[in-house]
Design a protein around this ligand. Structure first.
Ligand SMILES: Nc1ncnc2c1ncn2[C@@H]1O[C@H](COP(=O)(O)OP(=O)(O)OP(=O)(O)O)[C@@H](O)[C@H]1O
Length: 252
């Protein structure tokens, strides 16, 4: 399990708990363009080890919010702290390194390498993060750790050994994407509607397997969905429209 890094200097912002994995304070982001979509978030926190479901209608800015949280885009205004690090203090490449060390991300379209084996797909983040590689190596050979995660997430041994990512069903792709996000125990897991293509029973079974793994590593989870029916599986549900104001129009 990797340690949660809490800054030794007390640069915490008002109302932030030392146990918060993520905090937003007066954050604003506008996509570039003549009539940009803007999102303003006064305050938001994700607790350490918390499982949070973020819901909101299509186009309300959920993916934009996740991109801010994971440092994929930088806010136009305001402050985002992740695991005691103020993200604005990092350079662009520093943010990229920070992201691969500290975030497991399950993208909406999974973004698997289609012609690579499932094991190679899972091991991909370890090529970029020495921290996660060292964490994974503590649990055994990397091949065995990747196999173990895929099996724990419900993939059949024969499929793991013989099938390429391009030939998987959506549910199987989702399990590979989850194993890739979890390998090396990143402290934060971000998932953008990973279960939207599944029926309710498969979705609930998948969440149980996913959370068994994330809880083992003490990982904080933020998952986006259209579907508030998933709420009982999470510690907290946040409606984006309750924490954020969105607008569209010329830049001010
Ligand atoms: N790369 C981009 N460039 C410019 N504008 C963008 C970009 N991505 C998103 N937007 C704008 O941000 C708005 C919110 O999009 P976003 O994907 O964050 O919403 P969402 O709530 O995740 O939607 P959905 O549930 O349909 O995935 C969109 O209407 C779009 O105009």
């Amino acid at each position: 399990m990797s340690d949660i890094i809490v800054s030794s200097r007390d640069t915490r912002i008002e109302g932030e708990s030392p146990l918060d994995a993520v905090s937003f304070s007066n954050v604003r982001y506008s996509w570039p363009g003549p009539s940009p979509f803007s999102l303003t978030i006064k305050k938001f926190t994700l607790g350490s080890g918390e499982k949070l479901l973020l819901v909101g209608p299509s186009g309300s800015g959920k993916s934009t919010f996740l991109s801010l949280l994971a440092g994929i885009v930088a806010p136009t205004q305001g402050r985002i702290d992740v695991l005691g690090t103020e993200m604005a203090k990092l350079s662009g490449s520093g943010r990229d390194r920070f992201r691969v060390d500290h975030f497991g991300i399950i993208f909406q379209m999974f973004n698997l390498l289609p012609y690579a084996s499932l094991i190679d797909n899972v091991l991909l983040p370890l090529r970029f993060s020495r921290t996660r590689r060292a964490n994974a190596e503590r649990d055994g050979s990397l091949d065995a750790v990747a196999r173990g995660l895929l099996a724990a997430l419900g993939l059949d041994e024969t499929v793991i050994a013989t099938v390429k990512a391009a030939n998987l069903s959506v549910g199987q792709q989702q399990r590979v994407a989850a194993a890739r996000a979890l390998i090396g125990a990143p402290p934060i897991l971000v998932a953008d509607e990973p279960t939207s293509a599944l029926d309710r029973n498969t979705e609930e079974a998948f969440l149980k397997l996913l959370f068994a793994q994330s809880e083992k590593a003490g990982t904080s989870v933020i998952m986006v969905s259209h579907d508030e029916g998933l709420a009982p599986h999470f510690d907290r549900v946040v409606r984006l429209q309750d924490i954020a104001v969105s607008s569209r129009g010329a830049k001010q």
